[in-house]
Design a binder for this molecule. Structure first.
Ligand SMILES: [Zn+2]
Ligand SMILES: [Zn+2]
Length: 812
């Protein structure tokens, strides 16, 4: 019987912590335990059971939360890989893998101390101290609280608050005087919702009789095959005590069962889809891989409208029919209720859908359904890659280039890359699909790490849209003024509206005007927390920071010099909507951006209106570019196509190419061919040119050459090391320390750029400096980063202020 266990806790420390096992239920490796850590209680994952004596006296485990592992061997191994690859603390990785926070209830309690009793006693004898600087009201409240606590053991904070006994300030003040102590009372709770079921139990003994009410209930139960929810039974008009009597007489038993999360009565429909030969051969290739039962990767490069989704669903359906499991990852915005309905049609009750709108409790319930093997098809966003399915045969990553797969907080994993590693561990097949594959994935395919499958044609031989580039510099010269909507785009929109067709216009910037400038002193209005200009939101009548959410009133005068000459410059989606409304007053115009879409329901509502042709013209940010299929849209206009090209980021060209290709892909998905009008100030830029020609391979070659020259991914491994603090001095000092350390530990082949101010030098009150590291060898890079973290810990640089982002997507 092991005496100790090592526990990985969700704290920013690399090591596991040893605790003594006390009698009671023994912990298991991969299961959760509740343990004391500093002044708190925490739930962590047991990573080892052993007899080794700890170096320092170990505390006891408080309770064992799981008798069987919640992370099996494969997921534990995957967690270790993530911790190692992304240099993240193991406990924080495990926390990201398990959506079970609902099963742990945080609670704080307070208890009176001997000092507190003495204070109370003195107050009772002498009244309040004359020298006290506290107001009589404060003292009164303190003694009222002491009085209350003196009669009791430990009392929960929420109880004290609900009784109006205590504010946070009062409690912490009293704790500082040592009159009361704070205790963590957190505990596990059973988060699973249950329902009470009445079950017909015994038979009536001879000679015993039933009254009419009892008879009625028993008949109702019998008619329902002897099982019925207590709640339903309560609707029968008999006294509430009748059921209790029947239970006491052992004629009925009450059992508790987990509430079914989502009982959809939908039975899967037969799957009869007419595949094109290209779709069929892609499907065959995936199925051969699944049947082979060993790891294999496929990059499915299919142009927009080529029917990738049908291939995914058919492959997953086949896996389900063979009794095995599959996972489909989709980007954040992809899981609308309509998509969910389709999934239920194909997979019936065997599908678990994990999206960001689930509550913690619903998330935990879905997790348990998958864990119990009730759902063998999992569809979800990023963290669904950790779904606890057994006998995994297939993982599909849809729109694999999408940046929402990268988690932008610790652990900073990329779900696509984790999917590949998990498939390897499970001897499963992994499929990465996209119309615009990331440079990384396409590079891997050319290196034969994945097989490359291509769908080169749209379904039903629909043509790709014709793309016309409008040079906005020329438009300026010819019209003599700065235009938002070119004459050509206006004319094309008018033609579509006259013919009763629909159009979309993309402007990837929300709000009304992105900049407020004073013409007298030349200064702009910045966020008080970030080095970012505030955006004017006209309808909401405020200035807003798009990075931290700070908002301010719309200025009448310059806040720097008091001048009245404040100008609102530039155009966002809100202003574009207004301009289009002015040009086409009869058109019904919709807008889709983060201001009009707050949740999945809004997104769905706008798409629905577009589908039902209640909207003629849709304006929006990149949201309108994401994979939906509206047949009536025959024109896509792009305004400010090149906003991203101006960003100091090596992925700017790739992002622009992807966005332009994806949004162009929305045009002409029905019977009428589509057209795209692309307005730009950089008509010759290769990202714009290749997107206009629908030439992914051309773009890839050009971009890869640039990456290779500059030693950027995929030609090199990259990490961003960011230091942040609300004190500029801290950041400068840490930059200096780490800069000298990198200098002194020169590693062959590794390039260290920096320290330099991050492009956004101040964000959410923090100053930010960074290093960018590039290395031909990932192993060398990670060794250097690990040594750097050890050095930083020695120099007392807080781990939470030093961010290591391996394979960073953003260097801003
Ligand atoms: Zn001014
Ligand atoms: Zn801000």
């Amino acid at each position: 019987m092991p005496e100790s266990c090592d526990v990985a806790l969700p704290v920013p420390l690399e090591s596991a912590f040893t605790y003594r096992i006390v009698n009671g239920e023994p912990p298991v490796v991969g299961g959760r335990v509740l343990v004391p850590f500093r002044q708190q209680r925490m739930s962590g994952i047991v990573v080892d059971l052993h007899e080794r004596a700890p170096k320092v006296p170990a505390k006891n485990v408080i309770s064992v939360l799981d008798s069987t592992p919640v992370l099996n061997q494969q997921l534990l191994k995957l967690g270790r890989w993530i911790a190692d690859y992304y240099l993240a603390p193991l406990g924080e990785v495990f926390r990201s893998m398990l959506p079970l926070s609902a099963e742990f209830k945080k609670a704080i309690g307070y208890r009176i101390t001997d000092e507190g009793r003495m204070a109370l006693h003195r107050a009772g004898m002498a009244g309040s101290s004359a020298r006290s600087r506290r107001t009589p009201q404060e003292q009164l409240e303190e003694f009222r609280l002491l009085d209350y606590l003196a009669e009791r053991d430990v009392v929960r904070e929420e109880r004290l608050r609900s009784m109006g006994h205590a504010s946070k300030a009062l409690l912490s003040g009293m704790a500082r005087k040592k009159w009361i102590t704070r205790e963590d009372l957190s505990q596990a709770r059973n988060a699973a919702r249950t329902v009470k079921i009445a079950v017909l139990a015994g038979t009536l003994e001879d000679g015993k009789r039933l009254n009419d009410n009892q008879r009625t209930l028993l008949d109702t139960l019998a008619a329902a095959d002897g099982r019925i929810a207590v709640q339903t039974l309560r609707e029968v008009e008999v006294p509430r005590t009748t059921l209790d009597t029947l239970v006491r007489r052992k004629l009925v038993e009450i059992v508790e069962e987990p509430a079914d999360f989502h009982v959809s009565a939908v039975k899967p429909r037969p799957f009869d889809f007419q595949f094109t030969p290209a779709q069929q051969s892609a499907l065959n290739c995936i199925q051969d891989g699944v049947t082979a039962g060993k790891f294999g990767g496929v990059l499915l490069h299919g142009i927009t409208g080529s029917g990738k989704t049908a291939v995914y669903l058919a492959a997953m359906r086949a896996v389900l029919e063979s009794g095995r499991s599959s996972i489909l990852l989709v980007p954040e915005i992809g899981l609308t209720p309509a998509v969910a309905a389709d999934l239920h049609q194909v997979f019936g009750e065997e599908v678990a859908i994990l999206h960001s709108a689930l509550s913690d409790q619903e998330r935990a319930e879905q997790w348990h359904r998958i864990h119990r093997g009730e759902a063998r098809v999992v569809v979800g966003t990023r963290s669904a890659v950790f779904a606890p399915v057994s006998d995994l045969a297939l993982i599909i990553v849809d729109e694999e280039h999408d940046s929402s797969y990268k988690q932008e907080e610790t652990p900073r994993y990329h779900a696509r890359d984790v999917a590949v590693v998990r498939a390897k561990m499970a001897n499963a097949m992994v499929v990465l699909g996209s119309a615009t594959p990331s440079l990384e994935s396409y590079f891997n395919a050319t290196q034969h790490k994945y097989a490359l499958l291509e769908l080169r044609d749209r379904v039903e031989q629909r043509p790709l849209p014709e793309v016309e580039i409008i040079d906005m510099r020329q438009e300026f010269q010819e019209t003599g003024q700065e235009q938002v909507i070119s004459r050509k785009l206006a004319q094309e929109i008018k033609e579509r509206l006259d013919r009763g067709e629909q159009a979309m216009v993309l402007l990837n910037r929300r709000g009304y005007s992105p900049v407020v400038l004073c013409r007298s002193c030349g200064k702009t209005l910045e966020c008080k927390n970030c080095a970012i200009a505030l955006t004017h939101h006209k309808r909401a009548r405020k200035m807003e920071c798009h990075y931290c959410g700070y908002s301010a009133p719309v200025p009448q005068h310059c806040i720097h010099c008091g001048s009245e000459y404040v100008y609102f410059l530039g155009t966002g989606s809100e202003k574009l909507e207004e301009l289009l409304d002015g040009l086409f007053p009869q058109a019904r115009i919709g807008r889709m951006d983060r201001d009009t879409v707050r949740g999945r329901q809004d997104f769905e509502r706008i798409l629905c209106a577009l589908h039902e042709r209640k909207i003629d013209l849709l304006v929006g940010t990149q949201m309108i570019a994401k994979g939906h299929d509206i047949h009536g849209v025959t024109l896509v206009g792009v305004v400010g196509a090149d906003i991203a090209l101006g960003m100091p980021d090596f992925r700017a060209a790739e992002r622009t190419f992807q966005l332009l290709t994806q949004v162009a892909g929305r045009a002409g998905r029905g019977y009428v061919p589509g057209k795209v009008v692309l307005q730009t100030y950089f008509p010759d830029h290769y990202a714009v040119q290749y997107a206009a020609q629908h030439d992914f391979a051309g773009f890839y070659d050009k971009e890869l050459r640039f990456r290779s020259w500059m030693h950027y991914p995929p030609c090199s491994a990259l990490a961003n090391v960011l230091m942040r603090s609300n004190k500029l001095d801290d950041v400068l000092q840490w930059s200096g320390l780490l800069g000298r350390w990198f200098e002194s530990t020169r590693q062959e082949g590794i390039r260290v750029l920096g320290p330099a101010p991050a492009p956004i030098v101040r964000l959410k009150e923090d100053y930010r400096y960074h290093f960018v590291l590039k290395s031909p060898s990932r192993e060398k890079l990670n060794n250097l980063l690990r040594a750097m973290l050890a050095y930083a810990a020695g120099e007392k640089i807080p781990r939470t202020q030093l961010i290591v982002d391996v394979d960073a997507l953003w260097l801003m």
